[in-house]
Design a protein around this ligand. Structure first.
Ligand SMILES: Cc1cc2nc3c(=O)[nH]c(=O)nc-3n(C[C@H](O)[C@H](O)[C@H](O)COP(=O)(O)O)c2cc1C
Length: 173
């Protein structure tokens, strides 16, 4: 099978990670794939912040647990989290950032890494609780968080795809 198609079909959300960092080379490849995502009118409204620093990661995890009122990390202990922002003054920013997240997810899969889209960061950066992190990471106010991707080396079994819904595709000839 064509390797791109194979990667798309094999991509799964991974929620168990080894306690080991991914290589800088893989991180750069994943971020480059993000920056090549399509965007409305080629506005490239997205921006990416990769977190690998222990102190910042700790603050991010802690604040996301607070915002979700949960006691385990919503990032499943992944050693790398890429926060994805979009410039809200460009009306396709959510779609642009979402295509970039999927590009990164596929790139991670192609590199035999695990990844999972994580939602809680959107709410964190919307709330006052996220203000100090926004300042530390020097993210301008007009950049809204659209999502994040937890990435790491896969621990344990690779999950199987869930059954696909029926009747979601129509071909009209
Ligand atoms: C917009 C969006 C938000 C998601 N948020 C989360 C999340 O916060 N936590 C999580 O564990 N998975 C999250 N996921 C992953 C989905 O649960 C996952 O894609 C879905 O169950 C299908 O599984 P698969 O990705 O392995 O095919 C999210 C996926 C998308 C597209």
């Amino acid at each position: 099978m064509n390797s791109t198609i194979e990667t798309i079909l094999n991509r799964r959300s991974i929620r168990n990670f080894k306690d080991e960092q991914i290589s800088d080379e893989d991180l750069h490849t994943i971020l480059e794939c993000a920056s090549y995502a399509p965007s409305g009118m080629n506005m490239q409204s997205y921006g990416f912040v990769a977190i690998q620093n222990e102190e910042i990661m700790h603050e991010l995890v802690d604040k996301c647990m607070q915002i979700r009122n949960i006691s385990t990390s919503p990032f499943y202990g992944a050693p790398t989290v890429i926060l994805v922002f979009g410039d809200e003054t460009i009306n396709t920013y959510v779609k642009d950032a979402s295509t970039a997240i999927e590009n990164m997810h596929l790139a991670a899969t192609a590199l035999n890494l695990g990844a999972c889209w994580i939602n809680c960061t959107d709410d964190l950066f919307k709330s006052e609780l996220g203000n100090s992190l926004r300042e530390k990471l020097e993210i301008p106010e007009k950049y809204k968080c659209v999502g994040s991707l937890a990435i790491g080396k896969i621990e344990g079994e690779y999950p199987k795809a869930k059954p696909r819904k029926e009747n979601i595709i129509k071909i009209i000839k």
